[in-house]
Design a protein around this ligand. Sequence first.
Ligand code: AQP
Length: 345
Amino acid sequence: MSIPQNRVFSGVQPTGNLHLGNYLGAITRFVELQKDFECIYCVVDLHAITVWQDPDTLSANTREVTAAFIASGIDPEKHIIFNQSRVPAHAELAWIFNCVARMGWLNRMTQFKEKAGKHRENASVGLFSYPNLMAADILAYRATHVPVGEDQKQHLELTRDIAQKFNTDFADSISKNGFGDGYFPLTEPLIQGTATRVMSLRDGSAKMSKSEASDYSRINLTDDADTIALKIRKARTDAEPLPSEMKGLEGRTEAENLVRIFAALGDRDLDDVLGEYGGSQFSTFKQALADLAVARLAPITEEMQRLCADPGHIDAVLSNGAARANAIAAPVLADIKQIMGLLHD
Ligand code: AQP
């Protein structure tokens, strides 16, 4: 089996509070890539359980992320949408990568440090080895490209290190088994657009995040129009009017964040937005931003609600997607076992 040339894989955790950062940093990219790539989009429930999840909430959140994918425009017929735990290759390959990746590599991962915080000794082993599972997610499909927000850049670099080390460690066997110079591709991250790191509405130095305690820090995909408008009105800014050029936003992180959100939601250049709103007060700009956010998000929220009212349909989408994902990943795993000398059927 030769390495595919244009296969995209990416995932979103079903941990609730799906927000504007997930939408602009990841989901809108997923939608765009459908025209040029074969796309595999995964609700990564095995990643979610690296932190304890209530079982009923986990399944509801898995359906909600699936609904968000479909409502945003991902076509589950032409492409693949499934939940990770349904395809055994992810967990199996993750174990193999636990044996390829080095402790030193994982010790450098900033997301683990941030998430484990002061409670490192109490964090699950899964939270520590999370990047190996992410590498397995991607490489089980030999994906060539992965659209992600900027926060995932370091994990993508680790995926490339794992692929490279596997290709080197088993170079002779890879070649002997007819797979040429290397079995895994060195996957490219796709970190594109004006909103690759959407910041909290309350603190311009922190990324918008599902786990931030204050709901006012983020716009959730389930928020209604009034809530969106209220959160934008309350968003932290400074006292100056908006500048006409990007350099006028230097050191004004909260203002820059709102401008970037506006540009991304309106599919416009940053310069174009500042050309229109330069000199305006935030009261004017926030009103325009709220109108734009509602116009863009309300149809998605409405469609998510409609889809979530029919869980049977969502489950059928996930089950069908998993069967198609498994048909790609299972032969990859068989190749890996062959290369490594693990006897298999
Ligand atoms: N603030 C963000 N700006 C741009 N992209 C973002 N992503 C997340 N936050 C932002 C991107 O969304 C995708 C799915 O993320 P995830 O659900 O796998 O987990 P995460 O990155 O850990 O998201 P959160 O919201 O920050 O969750 P918590 O609070 O649990 O850590 C990824 O492509 C991510 O880059």
